[in-house]
Design a protein around this ligand. Sequence first.
Ligand code: B12
Ligand code: SF4
Length: 456
Amino acid sequence: MKVFLTHGYFLHEDEKEQQIMRPYPPLGLLYISAYLKQAGVDTFIFDSTFSNRSNLKKELNNFQPDILALYTNLMTKVTILELIKEVKITCPDIKIILGGPDVTYNVEDYLKHGADVLVIGEGEQTMLELTDAVDKGLDLNEVDGLAFLQGGNVIKTKARQKLKELNELPIPDRHSIDIAKYLDVWKKHHGQSALNVSTQRGCPYTCKWCSTAVYGQSYRRRSPRKVVDEIVILQNTYNPDTIWFVDDVFTVSHKWLVEFVEELERREIKLKFECISRADRMNEEVISLLKRAGCFRVWIGAESGSQRIIDAMDRRVSVNQVRQMIQETRKAGIEAGTFIMLGYPGETEEDIKETLRHLKESNPDHFTITKAYPIKGTALYEEISSIQSAEPNWATSTDRDRDFKRTYSSKYYDYALKWVVSEVNYEKQNGFFNKRKFKLKVNSFIGQLGMKVYKD
Ligand code: B12
Ligand code: SF4
């Protein structure tokens, strides 16, 4: 049984990312690959990030797999559907399997667009059992965590039990892809290289816009020893300048953090890393532990500067806490970043002004800002279903294109974004009035003007 693993992300087709240039290896796929190879399955992994569609087809043709298994998220969906269509014509005997966060709540659509089987949730065990079942011609109904069509009907097998012991997972199969390409791009564009590592799976919180499609509302973690083992391998093999922990809330367990710091210190491992946290899982002691461990940047989600909107999101944090933790983090010599969302249902101009005040006052080193959109399967998605503007064509759009009736027109929030970004960046500029400051003021003015024009 030959398995060809890939994902539908091509950097050269992503103009936005070409400006950002912070690509990371496809960690989920690398976990699946390591797990299958460990069990002796003949597996080939094609990392599409720096490649193109014609190379993918060439490699697929060379390898002649029985199974083509693709990672799918909401941004890569359209490409994945195009690939399925082509493969169905050129190699109709290959079984097409999809996994990743976007399949869980779009089961019928993916199956009706040509996928043979979907792997729902955590993929390692399901993929291995599925490969075995396909190989031996066994009944797929016996494999947990699948969806497929039978006589035109959607069949969903029993939900897969979440892995209890993450320590049993093999180290991701990085050596089967060209990691040097990632390191080079990072070095060239940011002066230092970075690689991604996962220490936990699941998140116990319930923020309404966040997708828990893969790991659910859970919290499982690898032991600090296993994580440090992986870091040592990465340092000896690739020597990245920094590590990004992809975990949802890195500081969720303070006990784990203490043990992690002790393990690093005991083995005299020097680390420089970036992670994501929540203000309510931070305090002075946690910040000092992060510093000791080598954290150079921590992202502290707030999403809004208005407590009313934070509560509507079920974010369960106070805006004052967020402000205080951003400031304390910076005082400790760690960069602070924060995420902001505009256009959440019910958000008014007053809320946006509070968000602007919040950003100016907390003064993070970095912030990202997006217009709120509903990911299928989230509480936000359910909430906006009655106020959705129009149902976009599923196969040619993404959840990002799904619009809904907000307090003001959708365009209003595009201009609000421009206003907030330029105002905050203006505030960050030191010195006399100069060309950059002038440009930011002009953009801020355009933003405000657009907000006036599109308020209704
Ligand atoms: C790191 C990350 C990123 C990085 C990606 C870097 C990279 N190359 O990995 C960056 C910052 C670039 C990013 C961007 C985006 N992301 Co993101 N990201 C994450 C995050 C935090 C961790 C991903 C990760 O590495 N997880 C660890 C690995 C081991 O898990 P995994 O990938 O899910 O893999 C498991 C399963 O999915 C499955 N599986 C995976 N691949 C395959 C393949 C097959 C064949 C099979 C059978 C199974 C399978 O098995 C794996 C192991 O159990 C997740 C949240 C999360 N906690 O997972 C969001 C998440 C995946 N991102 C999300 C979103 C929305 C985005 C963006 C659209 C955001 C935006 N507005 O631009 C973009 C899309 C970018 C793109 N073009 O693809 C959503 C996806 C929702 C959805 N339905 O698709 C998530 C779930 C966040 C959330 N909670 O809402 N992201
Ligand atoms: S936004 Fe962060 S804290 Fe909230 S549910 Fe998602 S991962 Fe958890």
